[in-house]
Design a binder for this molecule. Structure first.
Ligand SMILES: [Zn+2]
Length: 266
């Protein structure tokens, strides 16, 4: 049964990953998901045919080039589709038919979009961070209405304020001490949704999330500095690390909170 749910979620992820490429390409340019209604090749303007819009398969069949003008199509399209498919399958394999599954899949999709845009443009658009907590909250209230226990969501609502609050305080402290912007406002706005979801999963999940974010940021910073691709002063987008920390918590929250519990002697 879990295998079946995982496969269905994986296929859904490939499709929604393909759709995620629309806001990823358009939002940073100020465009919207619905306008224009059809996607076109940015090089020659030819409309993308339906048969060239199949997730993963089309990109591979076209060998990453436009059918009309042979201009290269960014590998980002393929990476986003595969990543969304794999993450959806993983989340469904871990959570099964839990009432929280729809909210966790929406959350996963949003983190893929935020990561792709932040890596390329160093921003996380308000078009994503403003509606996201509302959408998640509706799905999570629906989930609680099914199982009737409000304790977890109450903790999520507190974390929804506390997590961005702590990040804002850290960022302001850093700014006062160093005279530089610490954490971007886009990251802090995204943290409203991060706090809501991770806080609902559990109190110790917030610890796992914080460590996952800090450790992944530290590891990548070391790799970049060693590879000569960055200095210790380079501004590295922070959104992707928040996304890694959050996905780690969603996918491996139970074993990792066990580690935290043993470590704290609880
Ligand atoms: Zn073209």
């Amino acid at each position: 049964m879990t295998v079946l749910i995982s496969i269905v979620a994986g296929v859904l992820g490939l499709t929604l990953g393909s759709f995620a490429n629309v806001p990823i390409a358009r939002w940073p340019q100020g465009g919207t998901v619905t306008q224009p209604s059809r996607s076109a090749c940015p090089a020659c303007g030819a409309a993308i045919r339906a048969r060239d819009n199949i997730p993963v398969i089309s990109w591979l069949a076209l060998r990453g080039r436009c059918r009309d003008c042979a201009a290269p199509i960014s590998p980002r399209y393929l990476v986003v589709e595969v990543a969304t498919g794999v993450l959806f399958a993983g989340v469904a394999a871990v959570w099964g038919l839990d009432p929280l599954l729809p909210a966790l899949l929406v959350f996963t999709w949003a983190l893929v979009v935020a990561t792709a845009i932040d890596l390329e443009h160093r921003i996380i658009p308000n078009r994503l961070t403003y509606p996201l907590p509302g959408v998640l909250l509706v799905l999570m209230v629906a989930a609680v209405a099914i199982d009737g226990d409000w304790t977890d969501l109450r903790r999520g609502l507190i974390a929804m304020v506390a997590v961005p609050g702590v990040m804002l305080a850290l960022s302001e402290t850093f700014r006062l001490l160093r005279g530089k912007v610490g954490i971007g406002m886009g990251d802090i706005k995204l943290a409203v949704s991060l706090g809501l979801v991770v806080g609902t999963l559990g109190g110790l999940h917030l610890v796992v999330f914080a460590y996952g974010t800090i450790i992944s940021a530290g590891l990548i910073a070391i790799v970049l500095v060693v590879a000569g691709r960055a200095t210790t002063a380079s501004r590295i987008p922070f959104g992707p690390y928040l996304a890694v920390g959050a996905m780690l918590t969603v996918l491996a929250g139970d074993p990792l909170t066990g580690v935290v519990r043993a470590w704290l002697g609880l």
